[in-house]
Structures are given as structure tokens and as C-alpha cells.
Ligand binder design. Structure first.
Ligand SMILES: [Mg+2]
Length: 260
């Protein structure tokens, strides 16, 4: 039915350390049917290679790095296509810093033209002060994702969006948001897929966005105008759907119910 799939990771392919065999089987079915897919993830603390490695080692899923599209990669693609700048301050971890450097930008800790903010588990007040002053002085403020929390063994800990909350209060500036539910990552992922398959041309009508989180994955699809396939293996529940007006295109308990 769909010519390609965009697929979320946590809650969709696995749940923390727990495997979701129906999701693993879904990927195998796509591979056998030669239906292209991309893992579209808000997590910018890992590179596509690290994500692929994690899927292979811990979740029995053999995919290549070019089948993973992170909000960090999307942020760099967005920077390249929308701005002519050089000096970028990154509030983020190794993966995104390396991606920004590899794209030819100069990483700076003062007077940036762009502040690119993601999850940084070592962020300091000094970093936030520098970013605040730069944004107030006109630097462009871009965030990879606004996820408020991430799951941990201890409970939900602050995510990228919690740092965004801090900077929004301090600057009174609304950032450009790259990750789901923003359409930026969806459009960018579609461009990426089309560049990967130059002899084919996918449109958003050809693709379904698969995910467990109504507010991020499903909203990303709805806002971008792409069909959505929601699974109940992760964050959002059937009860959550009773409270929202726009429903996912398809709803399944898990991916064994889905015929490709
Ligand atoms: Mg998820």
C-alpha cells in the first residue's frame, strides 16, 4: 500500500532495553519486499552509524547508517540549505558537534551567528549565558527537538525541550524547531530519501509515518500531510486518542497487525 515508510525508534522499534519482536519482524518484511524505509528520530545524541549499530547489536535488526535520519542530521541539512553562515555554537553532545564540523562550519563558544541547541547532558550556566546573549543580539536560534523528557531507569529526565524552555524564557525568542512534530524533519527526510533513490520519485502520499507518540510522530505526519500508522507499543495509549480531534490514519496494537 505504501511505497516507503518513516519509522520512529523508541517505543516503536524497542522500549528502552526491551525488544519488540513484532517491530523487528516488520523491518524484515520490508527488507524482503524491498520497500525502502528510514528511521526518523529526534535523538541527536547519536550518529546514524551509532543508531544502526545499536539496532544490530541489541535488537536483531540489520540496517545501514544511511537508513537512519536524525534531527541532528536534519538540522545540519537545514542550516546548509537555508543560511549562509560560518560561526555556529552548538549546545549538544559529541555526535551533533562532529556533524556540524564535518559540514564545514566553525564551532565557536562566542559570537555565533547561529545557536544550534539539542540535548546536552553536560550543559553549563556559562553555555546558556553565551547562547542567551547571542540570541538576544540576533543570532539565529535553531533546536533539534523539543522533547520535554527522556525515559531513564530513574524516571523521566530533562530532554532537549527542557533546555529550550530555559532559553526561551531567557531570550523571549521562539526557535526554529527541526525534529518531530515539526514538518522540517519530514520534508528533509523526504528529500534525503529521494536523493538516495535517484531513479525513483517519492511524494509524501507514498509514505506512512510509523510511531508510538501521538504528540510527536503522529502530529508530524498530520502537520506535514503524510499518512500515519500509530502503534500502541510505546508512549501513547488508546485513551490518549480519545482526547484528540485528529486521529492517526491507521491504528494497530503492534506491527504484526500491519500488512505491507
Ligand atoms: Mg517513540
Amino acid at each position: 500500500m505504501y511505497k516507503a515508510y518513516f519509522i520512529d525508534l523508541d517505543g516503536t522499534m524497542y522500549r528502552g532495553k526491551d525488544r519488540i519482536p513484532t517491530a523487528e519482524a516488520f523491518i524484515k518484511r520490508l527488507q524482503e519486499a524491498k520497500i525502502p524505509f528510514l528511521f526518523v528520530t529526534n535523538n541527536a545524541t547519536k550518529t546514524p552509524a551509532q543508531v544502526a549499530e545499536n539496532l544490530r547489536v541489541n535488537y536483531g535488526t540489520e540496517v545501514s547508517a544511511d537508513e537512519v535520519y536524525t534531527s541532528g542530521v536534519a538540522a545540519v541539512d537545514y542550516l546548509k540549505s537555508h543560511f549562509n553562515v560560518n560561526r555556529v555554537m552548538v549546545i549538544g553532545e559529541e555526535a551533533i558537534k562532529n556533524q556540524v564540523k564535518a559540514a564545514g562550519y566553525t564551532l565557536v563558544s562566542e559570537e555565533p551567528e547561529v545557536v544550534l541547541q539539542s540535548l546536552d547532558r553536560n550543559v553549563t550556566y556559562k553555555d546558556l549565558e553565551t547562547a542567551t546573549l547571542a540570541i538576544r543580539n540576533g543570532a539565529t536560534y535553531i533546536v533539534t527537538n523539543i522533547d520535554s523528557n527522556l525515559p531513564s531507569e530513574k524516571g523521566p529526565i530533562p530532554g532537549s525541550g527542557a533546555i529550550t524552555g530555559f532559553l526561551k524564557v531567557a531570550t523571549q525568542v521562539e526557535p526554529i524547531i527541526i525534529g518531530k512534530p515539526s514538518s522540517v524533519i519530514m520534508e528533509s527526510a523526504l528529500d534525503y530519501l529521494n536523493a538516495k533513490f535517484p531513479d525513483r520519485h517519492f511524494t509524501k502520499e507514498d509514505i506512512a509515518m510509523v510511531g508510538d507518540n501521538y504528540q510527536t510522530d503522529i502530529q508530524a505526519g498530520i502537520q506535514y500531510g503524510m499518512d500515519t500508522l500509530m502503534v500502541l507499543t510505546g508512549f501513547s495509549t488508546r485513551e490518549d486518542l480519545e482526547k484528540v480531534e485528529e486521529q492517526p490514519t491507521h491504528l494497530v496494537e503492534d506491527l504484526s497487525e500491519w500488512t505491507i
